[in-house]
Design a protein around this ligand. Structure first.
Ligand SMILES: *Cc1c(COP(=O)(O)O)cnc(C)c1O
Length: 407
């Protein structure tokens, strides 16, 4: 075992910060109207102060343990490993975090920072509703007002999450502009924030948006990889050969990747939604071009004129035409690689995990399983693959049953 492999600590959560313009290499930055600049400066200062304050870390750690349920387990999927016939498959169980996915790690941290800023009103946008539920949850916990913008079409498709948000006391605002989906909800949330910026924090749900959001969200989600890296050293006695995670906006992937950045023998593999396997997909890194979307420069699925094109994935959480700028930089530098998995492949991996391990994974996470299984086969029995199991699949069972005609 090399010295690098036995290093106790992984890469620190604040290592590899963006430059003073908020860029990771050629990507990121702040492409926003002048009216938003001051609020972003204020947020950046609050973030830096919070992370330098031991009390912030202490409160966050206590809530992570008692409210979220951290550390989440590292689970050796023995029957899946046997079935695949290759490297050992280890699952980092974010599906067991409160609200059923990793999104609460970010929502909780941002709520603590909003409180430091004296802001008691939170706006957010949500597509599938998972981020909306995480936001409504932490707002209830802190006695804050949650206003969640959601496309009308998404509200219809994701009814149970709308009900959950309202039970938790959030106001869910239907968005009727455009196609009534995530992109339109985002525009309305930003508009609200600009109009109410004195008392309102905008809680972005993924590692995208203008600086400092991608850096902030990475620092808050790095706990996934910090725990998983220590758990691998403890349980497997070595670091994994590959870390595999699904990429929508990129928050769970950057969170699990980051602590392994300085472990060169560990491959970092992001999995994007390959959709129908042909023209219809959501592979921003695999099939997009460099452009500006939602305040930062990254890979975007757009046409020659920069118009965002229609994306498709069976999984609502991966159906986003952009991707966080740090992933663009990791792709450009070659440190991480990004592969697509199709709807059909994800469904096969979904079934396999259900039947062999008694775990119903989110459709998003099922995409990561597809590529993790492939890498495990290639590595053979001496290898170890760490998979970010970003969430549980309860939210997806009706959709899958309907698709199979057994609803
Ligand atoms: C939202 C979501 C994702 C995608 O978001 P990222 O920011 O890319 O992590 C993945 N998995 C689950 C379970 C989600 O809810």
């Amino acid at each position: 075992m090399s010295d690098i492999e036995t290093r106790e600590e992984g890469t620190a959560a604040d290592a590899y910060p963006p430059d003073e313009r908020g860029r990771f290499g050629d990507f990121g930055g702040r492409f926003v109207p002048e009216t938003v600049m001051a609020a972003l400066d204020e947020l950046e200062a609050a973030m830096d102060e919070a992370f330098a304050d031991p009390e912030f870390h202490a409160e966050r750690a206590l809530l992570a343990r008692d409210f979220v349920g951290r550390p989440t387990p590292l689970y050796l999927a023995e029957r899946l490993t046997e079935d695949i016939g290759g490297a050992r498959l280890w699952l980092k169980r974010e599906d067991l975090a409160h609200t059923g996915a990793h999104k609460v790690n970010n929502a909780l941290g941002q709520a603590l920072i909003a409180r430091r800023l004296g802001k008691r009103r939170i706006v957010a946008e949500t597509g599938a509703g998972q981020h909306g539920v995480a936001t409504a949850t932490v707002c209830a916990r802190f006695g804050m007002q949650a206003v969640v913008y959601m496309g009308e079409e998404d509200m219809r498709r994701q009814r149970p999450n709308v009900v959950r948000m309202r039970m938790l006391g959030a106001e869910v605002v239907p968005v009727t502009n455009g196609a009534g989906t995530l992109k339109d909800a985002l525009n309305d949330a930003i508009r609200d924030w600009i109009a109410n910026v004195e008392d309102t924090h905008y809680l972005i749900g993924t590692a995208a948006g203008p600086h400092p959001y991608p850096y902030l969200v990475r620092r808050l989600q790095a706990v996934i990889g910090e725990e998983a890296r220590a758990q691998m050293l403890d349980r497997a006695g070595r670091l994994p050969d590959a870390v595999v995670a699904c990429v929508g906006g990129g928050s769970n992937a950057i969170g699990i990747f980051h602590p392994f950045r300085d472990d060169p023998a560990t491959r970092l593999v992001g999995v994007e939604a390959g959709g129908d396997g042909g023209e219809l997909h959501a592979r921003s890194l695999g099939g997009g071009r460099v452009s500006i979307l939602h305040g930062s420069r990254s890979f975007v699925l757009c046409d020659d004129d920069g118009q965002v094109v229609e994306t498709h994935s069976i999984s609502a959480g991966l159906d986003y035409p952009g991707v966080g700028p740090e992933h663009a930089a990791l792709l450009a530098s070659g440190r991480a690689e990004y592969i697509g998995a199709s709807d059909e492949e994800a469904l096969v991996a979904f079934d396999r995990l259900c039947r062999l391990e008694g775990i119903i994974p989110a459709l998003e996470s099922s995409h990561a399983l597809v590529i993790a299984e492939r890498i495990a086969r290639d590595l053979g029995p001496t290898g170890d693959v760490l998979v970010g199991l970003s969430g549980r699949g309860d939210k997806d069972v009706d959709q899958i049953a309907e698709r199979r005609g057994d609803a």
